[in-house]
Design a binder for this molecule. Structure first.
Ligand SMILES: [Zn+2]
Ligand SMILES: [Zn+2]
Length: 360
């Protein structure tokens, strides 16, 4: 079994996890072209990928998803809520302002009421009940949209680079189709979220792809339904756990008996505090649905980690608010004398270049 981190950080995340017979990509947060370039760099054949798994809908995890999945013709695994959030991001209507959207909802409601009034009474009653349900769903959608709009407004305070760096994206920007996809079919034009195949999984429920067993677990992060994964094949277990505000009990227990642990070490608390982000973004990163600091990661490694991994890969390092050597030092101190030749080796997954395969 092996794991290859193609990219890790707030400008894009993607990791290959492979067993003897199955190969999956966890997240596709760079452009399709860049993902293919990085796969070529590490000798990874994209044609051998069986599926793409998505942890959550933030841009740094899905930027190249649609184009890559369509190009490779492979299924994409989401939770249902993450898929819904992603589709909303991909669909142009989510770019309209909240006021405009509300206006449209009102117009639709009026049209429905008029249509209902024109029908025979029994029919109209059913229609009205239906309209009430639709109204409820609309209100729910409006609230969701507002929260996305809120995030977008906040992100808009930042320049685009910071915007991505803050991993605050929610539905802020639509991914740019790059030139590596085939010519857009009419279907793709009509539906930018069209995928070859969508499969749903649920956090807490094990599923398999080929000979790879996958245990998705919920992580605390400001997305619709974010997940981490534990992959298992031939008795080897590898975990991906990035984008979490803190380490809750369910994550602690998911991360037991792991052989290769890709764990977030996002920021140095002091650097974040004194760094360039606006106060609101600092607050988000620091919050319980933000990102793990070097200190929080060290705390986990010291108190809750069972010490059994061959490799600990530190990932999702902030380029503005962290230094790779700070993250490493912090983790090394926490692992302490458990670090040895064959166990607890600490390596860093970076943004700019892939990390060669770690094979067990
Ligand atoms: Zn992220
Ligand atoms: Zn995120």
């Amino acid at each position: 079994m092996y794991i290859t981190v193609l990219a890790s950080g707030s400008k894009g995340n993607s990791t290959v996890v492979a067993s003897r017979r199955t190969r999956v990509l966890v997240d596709a947060g760079l452009s399709c072209k860049e993902l293919l370039r990085r796969m070529a760099m590490v000798g990874e054949d994209p044609g051998k990928l069986d599926a793409i798994l998505i942890t959550h809908e933030h841009q740094d995890h899905v930027a190249g998803l649609a184009v890559l999945a369509r190009r490779l013709g492979i299924p994409v695994y989401f939770t249902e809520q993450t898929h819904r959030a992603w589709v909303r991001m991909m669909t142009p209507r989510t770019t309209m302002t909240y006021a405009k959207w509300l206006e449209q909802v009102q117009r639709e409601k009026l049209a429905r009421a008029e249509a209902a009034a024109a029908k025979v009474p029994s029919y109209a009653a059913a229609e009205q009940a239906d309209a009430r349900n639709v109204e409820k769903a609309d209100a729910l959608r409006a609230a969701e949209l507002e929260s996305i709009a809120g995030i977008s407004a906040e992100a808009a305070c930042l320049d685009p680079a910071l915007n991505r760096a803050a991993d605050s994206l929610g539905g802020a920007e639509l991914p740019v189709e790059d030139e590596c996809g085939p010519v857009k079919s009419a279907e793709v034009k009509a539906n930018p979220a069209a995928l070859p195949k969508v499969e749903f999984f649920e956090a807490g429920w094990r599923f398999t792809i080929g000979d790879l067993t996958i245990d998705p677990f919920t992580i605390p992060h400001d997305a619709a339904d974010p997940c981490g994964f534990v992959f298992e094949a031939d008795g080897i277990r590898m975990a991906v756990a990035t984008d979490l505000g803190y380490v809750p009990p369910n994550v602690k227990s998911a991360l037991k008996a792991i052989d290769v642990l890709l764990l977030e070490s996002n920021h140095d608390l002091e650097m974040l505090r004194d760094g360039p982000y606006p106060w609101s973004v600092k607050q988000r990163v620091l919050s319980r649905v933000g990102h793990l600091s070097n200190e929080a990661t060290a705390d986990f490694l010291q108190k809750d980690y069972d010490g059994g991994a061959a490799f600990i890969v530190l990932g999702h390092l902030s380029e503005s608010n962290n230094q790779p050597e700070l993250a490493r030092l912090c983790a090394e101190r926490a692992v302490g004398d458990r670090m040895r030749l064959l166990g607890n080796r600490i390596v860093l997954a970076m943004q700019a270049e892939p990390l060669g395969a770690i094979e067990l």
